[in-house]
Design a protein around this ligand. Structure first.
Ligand code: HEM
Length: 350
């Protein structure tokens, strides 16, 4: 791999890490007591926002914000008030579970998701600093073995770049208000987020399509088989320190293929289609409750996939000597093939 690429990648990784740390830390701001913002009308009410947002779920917001018109306080109190308009959406005066959704999204998902991504990121950085990249034991032979076709590489990179676009814009949608909005100001941030949302909405279907094509292209090579049990037992040789012979893909890659790309990819795609209101072949009621559930499923699965993708991107680039060659050029060096996919190497050389 050429040096300038690895330098650029390291700086990118560093920048992403700092942003993640900022994001996970600043998401705690949501939980901290907040000084009331000045009212845009110039008339300030004695507002106070409770320190614990969980209490908002109990409808206490109305009590702690005397500025709320009393009509909402009354409608939100027990016994449960209702409107008799037949339209399910139009008859919702106050959707109480909306408050629970807000607490889950802005509390549990942003805080714990932020920590998960930050931990994974710093774990990878620590591994890179302490152990360094996995190096080949023998020098490169110069003999190349064909590994991926042009279509496989094209699909992989469409999937990778659309994923990166989705992850960056998605994280801005989730966390941007904590660090970008104070820097940019509300109006500029609003327009910026609109651009992010459009990039996100249009890259989504491309990502889904590339997952489906990549799945069809590589599913046969990801069927569990020889060498997988041994790989799993020794966790790829990390625990034993011994080399574990693997087939075309090792078991770690197969987990990434089945769980990371296929399962999480499809969960993210289907919930994203609901949020975009473009689910084909099905009658979906795009009401608030459905959107809130889709939003929670979408963001949780995306955070999990981003966490796993960090490990994949690291090992597929600066984390392992020679690993990027197959996806970049289509061929790998025979020494790399023998050291990392010995069962496949033996089959090719039979
Ligand atoms: C810049 C980002 C990425 C880099 C540098 C990268 C690198 C690589 C490399 C080098 C391989 C080939 C590994 C081998 O020869 O055994 C590979 C395979 C693969 N990549 Fe990526 N990748 C990236 C992003 C992604 C993303 C975002 C996804 C999923 C959404 C993804 C999914 C896969 C899958 C499923 C495989 C095949 C593994 C298998 O089928 O078992 N990659 N990647």
């Amino acid at each position: 791999m050429n040096q300038s690429f690895s330098k650029a990648l390291s700086s990118l990784v560093m920048a992403a890490g700092l942003s993640l740390a900022l994001v996970s830390g600043s998401s705690f701001a949501e939980r901290a007591p907040m000084a009331p913002l000045p009212s845009p009308s110039g008339v300030d009410f004695p507002l106070s926002v409770p320190a614990n947002p969980n209490s908002l779920a109990n409808g206490t917001q109305a009590q702690s914000q005397p500025a709320n018109p009393s009509i909402f306080t009354t409608a939100n109190s027990d016994p449960y008030n209702f409107v008799s308009i037949p339209d399910k959406e139009a008859s919702v005066l106050i959707q109480r579970s909306g408050e629970q959704w807000r607490v889950i999204r802005n509390g549990i998902i942003t805080v714990y998701g932020g920590w998960l991504m930050a931990l994974a990121f710093f774990g990878i950085v620590a591994m890179y600093i302490v152990k360094g990249p996995i190096k080949l034991h023998e020098p490169m032979s110069g003999n190349l073995i064909k590994r991926f076709s042009f279509l496989e590489r094209l699909t992989h990179w469409v999937m990778a770049y659309s994923f990166i676009g989705l992850a960056l814009t998605g994280l801005l949608i989730l966390y941007g208000k904590y660090f970008a909005m104070p820097l940019m100001g509300g109006v500029a941030y609003g327009s910026f987020l609109m651009v992010c949302k459009n990039i996100h909405n249009f890259s989504g279907p491309l990502f889904t399509l590339s997952i489906i094509i990549f799945f069809l292209l590589l599913v046969r090579k990801n069927i569990p088989g020889e060498g997988d049990m041994a790989w799993l037992m020794s966790f790829g040789g990390i625990l034993s320190g011994k080399h574990v012979p693997a087939g075309f893909f090792n078991f770690g890659e197969k987990i990434w293929f089945w769980f990371g790309m296929t399962f999480l990819g499809l969960v993210i795609s289907s919930s994203g289609f609901v949020l975009d209101m473009i689910v084909p072949f099905m009658e979906v009621q795009y009401i608030r409750g459905t959107m809130q559930i889709a939003n929670i499923v979408h963001s949780s699965a995306s955070i999990l996939m981003t966490t796993m993708a960090m490990g994949h991107i690291y090992i597929g680039s600066i984390g392992m000597q020679g690993s990027l060659d197959g996806m970049r050029t289509g061929s790998v060096d025979a020494t790399w093939a023998k050291e990392h996919h010995e069962l496949w190497y033996n089959k090719v050389n039979k």
